[in-house]
Design a protein around this ligand. Structure first.
Ligand code: XLS
Ligand code: NI
Ligand code: NI
Length: 434
């Protein structure tokens, strides 16, 4: 036991009327929602990078936090960081966590040393996971922070960087497999460009497609049963990222024959940066059969950055879970808090409270989404709006051709009457639940 969270109790569910800031008011793991435990619906995960590796810097200033595991350049501190991380998982009763290689081991600057310290750290995790029952939602490689990645990983013009990326992902997939990870994520922060003037876009896309195929082949070779996920983001840090949004990722997967092998990890803040809503991205992925998992957070709507704040807006979250539930819920995916404190939130209690609030917001959103599904009002309205398509002659049109349809319009004198879309009535309906 470290003393980092001294005086902070394990968080318990106390119900909606509780005024205790360190209690769950909505997240009640064993409560049944649509026939399934809340914990099994939400599958919460804590992100190692924001909560333990990020030191409170922003583009204008450096570290604000002071943690006993800084500097993060040696193994003794890496282990202390792991001790504290598992204490937070326990305080929150969080079933899962996620990490990048670079979050958990020091950066030595060479592949062999990095691979061996990663191995040592993941052995250390394995013992703790065994003892506590905490599971790994996903592992990933940080191929964007170190200067070697500045011009991309698999899309780098330098083949040595492609090789280093392949070796890195292999080591991270091995680590994820060893820990029984349920997914493996690839987020390509530098897979894109700063300027088209120095970029061969078609070569870079082909290299990225080939790379992802190698990742999938390796997954099968080692018998990793988790899901490979790609995570869209339109820009930041690159000016343009190839995995722009769900639709772009789907086109990419189709183009490289991976649409049945790879699914998508959707992040709220990235959806906003792409000019979409979170539920748009989830509904699109579900419609295309590639919904995988979510990175839950929120953006500041004024700043235009990926601010990675903890979610606190129940109506937004409720619509996200509505679409997740409609898609059948998670299989290997979960709700990963890709969210960080504000840099002025210095204290350990801030870290705990941020997660408590985020988990409660999600639980409340989930309950609202389930209530809407059980009530069936939105489904009924959809059914009514599309009822015309139940008609045999309407269905037959889809197997017909333009000429025959035109003839039918003439023969029957078809002349459509516009019908109300009922948007305000539906928005008022949603407000009854959130
Ligand atoms: C950054 C991404 C990153 C991925 C994992 O914006 O969200 O945190 O989730 O590499
Ligand atoms: Ni993310
Ligand atoms: Ni992000």
């Amino acid at each position: 036991m470290t003393n980092f969270f001294e005086g902070i109790p394990k968080i318990a569910y106390e119900g909606a009327n509780s005024t205790n800031p360190l209690a769950f008011r909505h997240y009640n793991p064993d409560e049944m929602v649509m026939g399934k435990r809340m914990e099994d619906h939400l599958r919460f995960s804590v992100a190692y990078w924001h909560s333990f590796a990020w030191e409170g810097g922003d583009p204008f200033g450096g570290q604000t936090f002071e943690r006993p595991w800084y500097p993060q350049d040696n193994m003794a501190n890496a282990k202390l960081k792991a001790d504290v991380a598992f204490e937070l998982f326990d305080i929150l009763n969080a079933p899962f966590f996620c990490f990048h290689d670079a979050d958990v081991r020091p950066e030595t600057g060479n592949f062999a040393d990095n691979a061996s310290t990663l191995d040592e750290m993941t052995d250390y995790f394995a013992e703790k996971m065994e003892a506590t029952g905490t599971r790994l939602l996903w592992g990933t490689a940080n191929m964007f922070s170190h200067r070697r990645w500045m011009s991309g990983a698999s899309t780098n013009p330098d083949p040595d960087v492609f090789a280093f990326a392949a070796a890195t992902v292999k080591s991270c997939l091995d680590a994820t497999h060893k820990l029984g990870g349920q997914n493996y994520v690839l987020w390509g922060g530098r897979e894109g460009y700063e300027t088209l003037l120095n970029t061969d876009l078609s070569t870079e896309l082909d290299h990225m497609g080939r790379f992802l195929n190698m990742v999938v082949d390796y997954k099968h070779k080692i018998g990793f049963e988790g899901t490979i996920l790609v995570e869209p983001k339109p820009q930041e840090p690159s000016k343009h990222q190839y995995d722009y949004d769900v639709a772009t990722c789907f086109g990419f997967l189709k183009n490289y024959g991976l649409e049945n092998e790879v699914k998508i990890n959707i992040e709220q803040g990235h959806a906003i940066l792409a000019g979409h809503s979170f539920e748009h991205e989830i509904a699109t992925a579900a419609a295309l059969g590639v919904f995988g998992s979510i990175d839950m957070n929120r953006n500041d709507y004024q700043s235009g950055w990926d601010t990675d704040q903890f979610p606190n807006n129940t109506p937004e979250v409720a619509l996200a879970y509505y679409h997740i539930l409609k898609a059948g819920g998670y299989t290997t995916g979960g709700t990963n808090f890709d969210a960080k404190l504000r840099r002025q939130s210095l204290d350990p209690v801030d870290l705990v409270a941020a997660h408590v609030g985020g988990m409660d917001t999600c639980a409340r959103g989930l309950k609202a989404a389930a209530a809407m599904i059980e009530d069936g009002g939105l489904e009924a309205a959809l059914g009514e709006r599309y009822a015309g398509w139940q008609n045999a002659s309407a269905k037959a049109m889809l197997n017909s051709d333009l000429g025959s349809i035109a003839q039918r319009v003439l023969d029957k004198g078809i002349n459509p009457t516009p019908k109300s879309g009922r948007q305000e009535i539906l928005e008022n309906y949603v407000n009854r639940f959130v």
